[in-house]
Design a protein around this ligand. Structure first.
Ligand SMILES: O=P(O)(O)O[C@H]1O[C@H](CO)[C@@H](O)[C@H]1O
Length: 194
């Protein structure tokens, strides 16, 4: 993220695969991140720990605006125009350390804490990106449903994660490229009026 910043990048798009905790979510849904829960952060694991490099950002950066409101609006509009409303969601992503998938009790707890999806990535990058002042937009592909029921015989597995990723790859590419095209056209129009 810091190399991007030094290269003059101002906006980053992040994607991940995640387990669905929200019981309304289906495998194959695409969730716009509106917020995150940094579970490793509760135990003191944060990429911003240690001496602060003032060249990039302040010691205590805010995170209440981590996921750019305007980019989220753009994503909803692009998804609606592409006919993706059926599988588009917006919710809270919770990061855990992994690499083990969660226990049933952990999934139940995360859902009660307000998380809609759980994964093992993205948040670290967002913390560093926001510290550097980069605008962030992130999507989770719900690749599997988190196991929440002691009667269930299902288990999370990486094969299912990869398979769901393959199934939605084309539509995710379409969504991101539509957003980028609209951002470019917006920027070009603004430059003309300046
Ligand atoms: O977050 P990404 O890298 O998309 O992948 C998710 O899928 C993998 C587990 O199947 C983990 O790496 C988890 O974080």
């Amino acid at each position: 993220m810091r190399v991007f910043k030094l290269m003059g990048v101002d906006t980053v798009f992040l994607t991940n695969a995640a387990g669905g905790l929200n019981q309304d979510y289906k495998v194959g849904d695409v969730m716009i991140l509106k917020d995150h829960i940094n579970m490793p952060g509760f135990a003191g694991t944060n990429p911003l720990a240690g001496p602060n490099d003032e060249r990039f950002g302040v010691r205590f950066p805010p995170m209440s605006d981590a996921y750019d409101r305007e980019l989220r609006r753009l994503a909803r509009a692009a998804a609606a125009d592409l006919g993706y409303d059926d599988f588009l969601r917006e919710g809270v992503y919770c990061v855990l350390g992994g690499p083990a998938f969660e226990t049933i009790a952990e999934c139940r707890m995360l859902q009660q804490l307000g998380a809609d999806a759980v994964g093992m990535s993205t948040v670290h990058e967002v913390l560093v990106a926001r510290h550097s002042g980069l605008r962030c937009f992130a999507l989770s592909l719900i690749t599997n449903r988190a196991v929440m029921d002691y009667e269930s015989r299902e288990t999370a597995n990486h094969e299912e994660v990869l398979e769901t990723g393959r199934r939605r790859a084309q539509q995710l590419q379409e969504l991101v490229s539509t957003m980028v095209a609209r951002m470019e056209s917006h920027n070009n129009n603004n430059n003309k009026t300046c």
